[in-house]
Every structure is written in C-alpha cells, then in structure tokens.
Design a protein around this ligand. Structure first.
Ligand code: SAH
Length: 213
C-alpha cells in the first residue's frame, strides 16, 4: 500500500511519543516527524516495521537512519523556519523531509544516482521542496553557500574543509566523525572565523565516501 493510514499514523504517534519521553527531541521536531510517513520511504515489505526505532536497507546498499537519530540530529541542529540548511547524504530523503517540514530551505547532496532519483520522487509526492544535487558531499554546494546549518548524515572520516568554509558565522554543523563508528560533533563558527567543537555522543552511520573519480 502506497499511502498513509490511521494504523500507520497511530504507530507513528507511539514512536514520536517514545522519542519525546526518551529525550531525543522536543515537541517541534517530533511534530514534524509526525507529518512524515516514514513507511513510504521503505520497500513495502518493511512498511509494517517502519515505526520501530530501526534502520532498514534502502537502494544502493545504503540505509535509512534510525528515527531516534533523525530526531536527535534535527534537534541538535536548532533550526528556525527560513534557515538555509545543507544536508550531506540524502539517501531515501527521510531526514530531508523532516527538515523541510520544520520550515527550512533545504539543499541536499547524494552520491548515489539511484537515491537522488528516488528521493526526488518521494519529496515531490509529499509536496516538499528541496534543492537536490547528485554529487560529492565533501565539496558541499558552494553556489548556494553560506548556510545557517549543515547536517552530515554519513560517517565522515574527518570534517571536510569545504563544509567549514560554507558555514555562516554563528552557524552550526552537526557531523558524525570517525572511521567505523563515529562521535557526533557539533561545530559552531565564530565571528573571527574560528570554530568551537563539542563531542555529543556516539553515532553509527554508513561511511561518507569520496567521489567516484
Ligand atoms: N539522510 C538519510 C541517511 C542516508 S544514509 C536518511 O534520511 O535516512 C547516508 C547516505 O550518505 C547514503 O545514501 C550515502 O550514499 C550517502 N553518502 C555517502 N558518502 C557521500 C558523499 N561523499 N556525498 C554525498 N552523499 C554521500
């Protein structure tokens, strides 16, 4: 079935209430997650499990992030409506949909063509607008920089310099850094161009890979 339903809405509500109770995010973020039918981003065989706090395989050997991770990263990003946000690693487009529901102007990059095509279709079906690019997230999107916020949703071996330079003064980047497993890191840019970094906890994302050259 390719639509939302009271059963899925009920399961989604339970999941969001749990994520709120467990402190992953506050009401605003979870209300946005309530509006995004996560099951539609998955193959039909996974629909009935879509509102468990689990990651599932998507195309091109990638995964959709855990709902708790999407809630946590969205919360850490502290977005306000109208902000320019850059996402690295669109995947199936679920995190992107949540950010657009939070009212931001979203720019998102993915290096797997299949996933760019899929996520474009999904966001369009849901009536959500984003500027999508097929390309290498290590390079960011200089044409649209600077960004108020940058969210990286794949495990970065290091913090890419291009992304730091595309962050506005006062802007925040949330990025999982490390090989294998990662630490979630919050980076804020100061007026003098320096950065403040804070490690926030453990993370486990699929790796951020270099461009296929
Ligand atoms: N945001 C997604 C998470 C997808 S998993 C969600 O909502 O579930 C991470 C994605 O990052 C994968 O689709 C992978 O192909 C992509 N990725 C990995 N390295 C990348 C790079 N260098 N540039 C852009 N995307 C990249």
């Amino acid at each position: 079935m390719n639509s939302d339903s009271p059963i899925f809405q009920g399961q989604r509500k339970q999941l969001c209430e749990r994520l709120l109770a467990e402190g992953y995010a506050t009401e605003k973020v979870l209300q946005a997650m309530m509006r995004v039918p996560r099951h539609l981003f998955l193959e039909s065989g996974f629909h009935q499990h879509a509102y468990l706090d689990k990651a599932f395989p998507i195309a091109a050997g990638q995964t959709i992030s855990h709902p708790s991770t999407v809630a946590w990263q969205s919360e850490l990003l502290q977005v306000e409506p109208g902000m320019k946000v850059l996402e690295i690693g669109t995947g199936c487009g679920y995190q992107a949909a949540v950010l657009v529901e939070l009212g931001v102007k979203l720019f998102t990059i993915e290096r797997q063509k299949e996933l760019v095509d899929f996520s474009k279709r999904m966001l369009k079906t849901l009536g959500l607008r984003a500027e999508q690019k097929f390309g290498d997230g290590f390079k960011g999107m200089p044409v649209f920089a600077p960004f108020d916020r940058i969210i990286v949703t794949c495990g970065a071996p290091y913090v890419p310099k291009a992304l730091l330079s595309q962050l506005k003064v006062g802007g925040i980047m949330i990025i999982p850094v490390g090989e294998g497993t990662q630490k979630m890191v919050r980076i804020q840019k100061n007026a003098d161009g320096s950065f403040v970094q804070k490690v926030l906890g453990d993370a486990a994302f699929v790796p951020m890979l270099k461009d296929k050259e």
